[in-house]
Design a protein around this ligand. Sequence first.
Ligand SMILES: NC(=O)c1ccc[n+]([C@@H]2O[C@H](COP(=O)([O-])OP(=O)(O)OC[C@H]3O[C@@H](n4cnc5c(N)ncnc54)[C@H](OP(=O)(O)O)[C@@H]3O)[C@@H](O)[C@H]2O)c1
Length: 329
Amino acid sequence: MTFFPHPDRYQQMEYRRSGRSGLKLPAISLGLWHNFGDSTRVDNSRELLRHAFDRGITHFDLANNYGPPPGSAEENFGRILREDFRAFRDELIISTKAGYTMWDGPYGDWGSRKYLVSSLDQSLKRMGLEYVDIFYHHRPDPETPLEETMLALDHLVRQGKALYAAISNYPAELAAQAIAILRDLGTPCLIHQPRYSLFERTPEKGLLQTLGDNGVGCIAFSPLAGGVLTDRYLQGIPEDSRAASGSKFLREEQLTDEKMSKVRKLHALAQQRDQKLAQMALAWVLRDDRVTSVLIGASKTAQIDDAVNMLAQRSFSEEELTAIEAAVK
Ligand SMILES: NC(=O)c1ccc[n+]([C@@H]2O[C@H](COP(=O)([O-])OP(=O)(O)OC[C@H]3O[C@@H](n4cnc5c(N)ncnc54)[C@H](OP(=O)(O)O)[C@@H]3O)[C@@H](O)[C@H]2O)c1
């Protein structure tokens, strides 16, 4: 069925400027790491994308290796894009990345110019795109000179295969170096993508400061800690959840009594705010102006609704922030 997006979609979302760039991103972005590979029903993936766009989510985040199998999320996304979103390409911000293992041999991993250039070509083919909006180096490479990796990003932007260059998982000091190199090359770093949530606080130890000082945006991935910072696991492990899916990224053993006790305390605080825990956790990440967007995953459209509906209740009192800190200690 032809897709006619909701006419009021842009009234439902807040758009925040990425650092000091010209680009605004939706406060909530959707990642395709899970639920878009060949093992998921494509009609569900399609529904998620349509629903997200209907609710004002203009940014979809991918990587070369998303699946499983690696590459299949880009392929499935490309198909849905052709079938449903053809008329809306200029209303979308599509990102992809290279940096983790993608193909055999020495050229399918890490941060060489050889890997980044060929990987983006492959991603564009899989998605059927002429360019992506944002291209990331996915993780630092301890062996390749940083200059080579950043030159590769600059080269791809100049070729028109990406509109903006970005980095992910770079610690503060290395991020500062990468940002400086890109600035000198004339291709400013648009955004950094770190893991940031109530449970993962590393970006507060210098990274957010560096990004703020340099006018670089920040898009926080796994802001719900993969689903732990929600009501999903309060009564055990549902069959259709990530923890039950065999994902190596969220195993049952990680849901320890200690962690779940924190989740319960946070859940009670969210209830006092008349909010779901997922909503409080997202609002908490967005409380910092240096954070441009929270990058969520979703297996159901109702989860996207939870995230967007959160925007109506974003502020925290000092007492609430103190109680939240005490709960995660
Ligand atoms: N740069 C990197 O290295 C990197 C690494 C990881 C992720 N990412 C990006 O970040 C994106 C998001 O990562 P993530 O999926 O880990 O994010 P997340 O938002 O922390 O977790 C998403 C999961 O939480 C559950 N969930 C979401 N909303 C919910 C709600 N309202 N109520 C109950 N449960 C809810 C769902 O789990 P169920 O499936 O159980 O329903 C969903 O799949 C990825 O798709 C990817 O684009 C980047």
